[in-house]
Design a protein around this ligand. Structure first.
Ligand SMILES: [Zn+2]
Length: 304
């Protein structure tokens, strides 16, 4: 075997081991790449990678997805787009915006770009009003609707690929049904359990579980408005924890400060399970269903 062949063989070995990890996507992608996808993939732009990776799951090999915010080191609430981000709006065929006031900058950029891309505003399609909890990517229900819209929009952009997108969409939706099932099997337990949260990021998921959220309203409001938490509200929350009135404490590790540290320490002292969550998805998770699955596993084992 010559050197060149050896190298090719080694590369093949790598490819095989990679494919055995992600077997389905590998076979799908290669099948389509050779037979169906156009030379230029459909360009998709998402404001955050939760929606971007959902689009990648459905668009597969036939889309090129770009997510503006794709790391937990960026705060989506404070995000200011740069010129490169804005230019991407004119070059995309499908744009996915979270909506509900989360990424207003994207709506402006889209309007300025004058592009005629298809737009999916996840808040709008789910009738979530401006000012409501914007963390829609923590709701299986809202994700389902987003997936449905992505499938339809991609098929409208290229009707020749309709069957391919439909197949990917069905596989994607199955994964969310499986997650939903993991929640429903614990319903009997979760319906009688109470939670406290350092920040609202995972609240939709907690609602889908049926947990009762006892976070003092004043506390939640101050955090949402990025204001100072009053001594009174902090005291009420501390009492809930010290009195073991909550069964779970949800900590958004992307929004930590002295107040949350204090509450986390109290929860530890009182042996209340702490579930760590983030606002943004780490790219290592690849897809939002895997990201959410890990959080759901943690919650399920904490309430066992
Ligand atoms: Zn947030």
């Amino acid at each position: 075997m010559g050197k060149k062949h050896l190298r090719a063989f080694a590369a093949l070995g790598l490819l095989i081991s990679f494919c055995s990890v992600a077997l389905t996507s590998c076979t799908q992608n290669s099948e389509v790449q050779t037979s169906k996808c156009n030379d230029a993939p459909i360009s998709v732009l998402a404001t955050i990678n939760q929606w971007g990776s959902l689009a990648k799951q459905i668009g597969g090999a036939c889309v090129q997805v770009d997510s503006v915010i794709s790391s937990p080191s960026q705060d989506p609430h404070e995000y200011e787009p740069n010129a490169t981000d804005i230019a991407k709006f004119s070059n995309s065929k499908l744009i996915i915006i979270n909506g509900a006031g989360y990424d207003e900058w994207a709506i402006k950029a889209q309007n300025q770009s004058g592009s005629n891309a298809k737009i999916i505003n996840v808040g709008q399609i789910n009738n979530v009003e401006q000012g409501a909890n914007p963390h829609l990517f923590y709701s299986l229900k809202y994700i389902e609707k987003a997936a449905e819209n992505i499938n339809v929009s991609l098929s409208e952009i290229d009707s020749n690929l309709k069957d391919y997108f439909e197949k990917n969409y069905n596989e994607t939706i199955e994964k969310y049904y499986a997650l939903d099932k993991k929640i429903s099997v614990e319903k009997e337990k979760s319906n009688s359990k109470k939670v406290g949260v350092s920040e609202s990021v995972a609240n939709y998921l907690l609602e889908e579980y049926g947990f009762k959220n006892l976070t003092p309203q004043g506390f939640a409001q101050s955090v949402a408005n990025e204001g100072e938490v009053s001594a009174n509200d902090l005291n009420s929350f501390s009492q809930l924890i010290n009195g073991k009135k909550i069964n779970l404490f949800i900590e958004n590790i992307q929004e930590e400060n002295n107040t949350t540290d204090q509450l986390v320490n109290l929860a530890k002292k009182n042996k209340i399970p702490i579930i760590k969550v983030t606002e943004s998805m780490d790219e290592n998770f690849g897809y939002p269903d895997i990201w959410l699955a890990s959080i759901i596993e943690n919650i399920n084992s904490a309430i066992k």
